[in-house]
Design a protein around this ligand. Structure first.
Ligand SMILES: Nc1ncnc2c1ncn2[C@@H]1O[C@H](COP(=O)(O)OP(=O)(O)O)[C@@H](O)[C@H]1O
Ligand SMILES: [Mg+2]
Length: 349
């Protein structure tokens, strides 16, 4: 049993799940994170054999037995664990031997490991693509000013209003291209310094912008985790990224549609190859028709669109902004709804 040397209260400050097991491989005690992970309380689990709690825990139990014999410790990575509650998690675990106390089992949930690492395979590919698109955009932008200026001069020389109609077209198309290019380059109104951002205030800004553009009866609900610490970010860019996602949702929905802005703290996430103790997850969920099957694979690539007047740049820009923040963006179908999730590391907290 846990005694003076280990104050159990201290375990409750840990983010990782800790279970203390007695010599008979039964649960002696556990911290809050472990209760949360398994989905049952310490009271319910105390005295229950580990083999009952973790249905596929045979490998772990063998390891624990040998750790107890050798008084050694060991770690296993990315194991699928199936709890008695029916909950499945992917977890790293460490078994340690506490002389005179029992065996300490530490579980680190790493559900996002695999999915996000897989996403990395496309990361290099799509950043190469972004570079190419950006170079191209620069090339297009340079002559645009000259083109527009020349058309303006020409317009002044023309008396025939029918001919002036042509110069109008040149000027307005040049303006449209300029606007498009600055969207690709993402450089129009960017603050060049990162600041501490309250994500909920930022989401409310996005909501206000959408209201100003017109919701057409679509409802925007929120489900915020008030415990989220501030994030260091380029505010304007982050607004742009989220706005691009929300605009798509608005465009996919009809007047009785509904969007949810959801925020959560997530622990122990690997984004790229970097393990982060703490990150935030921002979900933009809509109950629209979902992503068209034929673009699912390439959803985030530039020029992928199903809209007649679409540019296919919205998601690609959103993704490059999130990458700049060392985060990641993914799209999943959850309970028949479309969910775009942004993960942003919260390094210094
Ligand atoms: N919430 C959504 N529901 C359904 N389809 C979506 C959603 N978000 C994005 N899409 C699909 O992804 C495509 C690409 O989006 P985006 O990159 O913003 O370009 P665009 O909006 O110009 O088409 C859209 O054309 C649409 O088919
Ligand atoms: Mg779009």
């Amino acid at each position: 049993m846990i005694t003076e040397s280990l104050e159990k209260e201290h375990f409750n400050y840990l983010n990782t799940a800790v279970i203390v097991i007695d010599d008979n491989l039964k649960v002696a005690c556990m911290n809050n994170a472990a209760e949360f992970l398994i989905g049952l309380s310490e009271k319910q689990l105390c005295g229950i054999p580990l083999s009952t709690i973790i249905k596929n825990g045979q490998e772990m139990i063998t390891a624990i037995e040998s750790a107890a014999t050798d008084k050694s410790s060991f770690t296993a990575r990315s194991k699928e664990l199936e709890f008695v509650t029916g909950r499945n998690v992917t977890s790293d675990y460490t078994v340690g031997f506490l002389p005179g106390e029992g065996i300490l089992l530490e579980l680190n949930q790493v559900d996002h490991h695999l999915r996000i690492t897989r996403d990395e395979i496309n990361h290099a590919q799509s950043s190469a693509m972004h570079k190419m698109v950006k170079n191209l955009a620069h090339e297009v932008r340079n002559p645009l000013g000259g083109l527009r200026g020349a058309a303006q001069l020409l317009e002044k020389e023309l008396d025939d209003p029918d001919l002036r109609e042509y110069t109008r077209i040149i000027i307005s198309e040049a303006d449209r291209l300029k606007e498009l290019v600055s969207r690709i380059l993402g450089d129009s109104k960017i603050a060049h310094e990162k600041i501490e951002i309250n994500i909920h205030q930022l989401l409310e800004r996005v909501r206000q912008l959408c209201i100003a553009e017109g919701l057409n009866g679509i409802e925007i609900k929120d489900d915020y985790d008030p415990s989220i610490p501030p994030v260091n970010a380029y505010a304007d860019q982050l607004i742009q990224a989220i706005l691009n996602i929300v605009r798509n949702a608005l465009e996919a929905l009809n007047s009785n549609g509904r969007i949810i802005f959801r925020t959560r703290v997530v622990r122990q996430v690997i984004i790229g190859n970097v393990k982060h103790k703490l990150a935030m997850k921002i979900d933009i969920q809509d109950n629209g028709p979902g992503i068209a099957e034929d673009i699912k694979e390439n959803l985030f690539l530039p020029t992928i669109t199903t809209k007649e007047n679409g540019t296919g740049l919205g998601l690609s820009i959103a993704q490059s902004i999130i990458y700049q923040h060392k985060g990641i963006i993914e799209c999943n179908e959850v309970d028949g709804e479309t969910v775009f999730s942004i993960f942003l590391p919260l390094e210094d907290y």
